[in-house]
Design a protein around this ligand. Sequence first.
Ligand code: SAM
Ligand code: SF4
Length: 328
Amino acid sequence: MLIDNHGRKINYLRLAVTDRCNLRCNYCMPAEGINFAKKDDLLTTEELKRVSKLLVGMGIDKIRLTGGEPFVRKDLMELLRFMAGLNGLHEISLTTNATLIGPHIDELKRLGIKNINVSLDAINKATFERITRRKNYDVVYENLLRLIDEGFNVRVNFIVLEGQNEQDIIPILERMKAYHVGIRFLEEMPFNGGSKSFQKIKWDHKAIFNHITSHYPDYIKLESPATSTSINYGINGHKSTFGIIPSFSRTFCGSCNRLRVTAKGDVITCLYGKPKANVRELIRSNGDQEQVAVAIKTAIGSRAKTGFEAQQEHESKVFENSMTSIGG
Ligand code: SAM
Ligand code: SF4
């Protein structure tokens, strides 16, 4: 079992399989993209398999594959097939922009993958195209409905962006009310590849909550797991639920059970901190599993208590990083 230096059990790995993406969401990266990793610096299929197997052996029982866009990796299904056979791994989930998932839905179901988070920051097509800088709305929306229809546990991630999509908050709840889906509204974080910098946000969790509940005063608070980052609610007459994630305000650090490994192999113990080790370098230098395990345990043993503490590790107040490299 992995326990950090503050007594928190770490059982959840967020594994970014690539930093590449076919969209260019303006809150995630600049229009021209970021300085993407050299292909040689990305973990290979075999390395991804080794890292996940090792971590499952150490106590990770839930892995979320993210990116970049996980489905731009041609070997993604091979990796998922491997993971589905790992003893001790109870949950495999995906975070995707849902542009490329369509042909894989049947196999995902067969592999027993249940939880899929779809990023959709607008219900209006023009707004979606402005934010993502691409014209994929129809396929994303169609795949979203298919995933719900096929019985996946689907959650929509909607980042609330000042001046861009606040007018879609109520319409997305209205459009989704007939479906079993969770709509989660997230605070924008300053990880956008340097496209803009900010120290505070208009749409924090309280503003989002007030906006939604002023339209739906008959909401009810739902029970959520202790490690959940979202506070979740139901609305009378809606099959869908909604959640709010204070990703910028960071009120959930006390129960954080997450470890992140980026597509380049960086080990990140807090989203707001610096990488603490690199599994790719360790594997490629001598391939010794034991050394990789020690590096991971050392990183987990010196974790910052909160995201605010972790943030002190950076000299500059401006984050140069993009979510496409960290994985969200
Ligand atoms: N491409 C996939 C997708 O968009 O779902 C997976 C990778 S994406 C980096 C993972 C999550 O990070 C998405 O839900 C995305 O909305 C979120 N994200 C990206 N940039 C963000 C930012 N600046 N603030 C908050 N969330 C962000
Ligand atoms: Fe791509 Fe996801 Fe970033 Fe959008 S949020 S640019 S879909 S990695």
